[in-house]
Design a protein around this ligand. Structure first.
Ligand SMILES: [Zn+2]
Length: 262
């Protein structure tokens, strides 16, 4: 069994490098309303199309020392970072779900959350063009997993958790529209869905962790005066990180809470 787990984790990690490379295209083009298919990847500064040898995840950036081969303009460290992050997350999801039919659903979730977080950090939006297809894909993949594992209770719980999360976030949005944008409300359905398939403990823990991360980082940024009190801090990345914490480590964390937390 550990051999299978390690193998699934390794394959998922390599797959994550390739998907991470695609996510870089998504992160650049979706907020700019550009096509994901054409044209081929090019340098944003000089427009030169990338040759295949310059399009290898992480490695090309390192070999080119972070500069375009044609014009020498610096290429953001975000590119290899997104590829590495996606790879690490995919490997972790692979290890966690090596023996579950739900593996594809959580790989899709992890990839989408990387793209959404990067876009939210830069543009303060969570595009529907990414959210809606991800909602659909995760819903279908979790339905397939529920059927294969004969656990339709998990699927029902997932859908209810998505609706409950949406209702809670929508209420917060009504009370404080500046504090919680409607993009975060839409994202909460996806997170509730994914956490709900695992259990109610994961739903509560994952959403709470998102608020906790956001609050801690927000307080620190204001304290060191990187951000003013009135300045906007994107919430999506924190919600995503909270959810992924409980997707990956929910079982031990929820068990720990049941034993020692009260
Ligand atoms: Zn260039």
């Amino acid at each position: 069994m550990p051999v299978v787990t390690a193998l699934v984790a390794a394959i998922s990690g390599v797959y994550g490098l390739v998907i991470g490379s695609f996510l870089n295209v998504v992160i650049w083009r979706v907020p700019r309303h550009e096509s994901l298919v054409t044209p081929r990847s090019h340098c944003p500064a000089c427009g030169t199309q990338l040759a295949n040898r310059d399009n290898i995840p992480v490695l090309s950036w390192v070999l080119l020392r972070g500069r375009c081969r044609s014009c020498g303009t610096a290429i953001s460290v975000r590119y290899p970072f997104v590829e590495l992050l996606t790879s690490v997350l995919f490997a972790a999801v692979g290890a966690r779900f090596a023996h579950s039919w739900a593996l594809p659903a959580y790989l899709v979730l992890a990839g989408a959350l990387v793209a959404l977080s990067a876009i939210d950090l830069e543009h303060y939006i969570l595009p529907n063009r990414i959210l809606y297809p991800t909602d659909g894909a995760v819903l279908v993949l979790l339905a397939v997993a529920s059927g294969a594992e004969h656990d339709w209770g998990a699927f029902a719980r997932a859908v209810i958790a998505g609706a409950v999360a949406f209702a809670i976030f929508f209420t917060i949005h009504l009370v404080s529209p500046r504090g919680m944008g409607f993009g975060d409300v839409r994202l909460s359905f996806l997170l509730g869905l994914a956490l709900g398939w695992l259990g109610w403990g994961e739903v509560a823990g994952g959403l709470f962790a998102g608020f906790l991360y956001g609050a801690v980082v927000g307080v620190v940024l204001i304290a060191v005066k990187v951000r003013g009190r009135k300045q906007q801090i994107p919430f999506g990345p924190f919600l995503a990180a909270g959810a992924m914490t409980f997707v990956l480590f929910g079982e031990p964390l929820v068990d720990w809470y049941r034993h020692f937390g009260r």
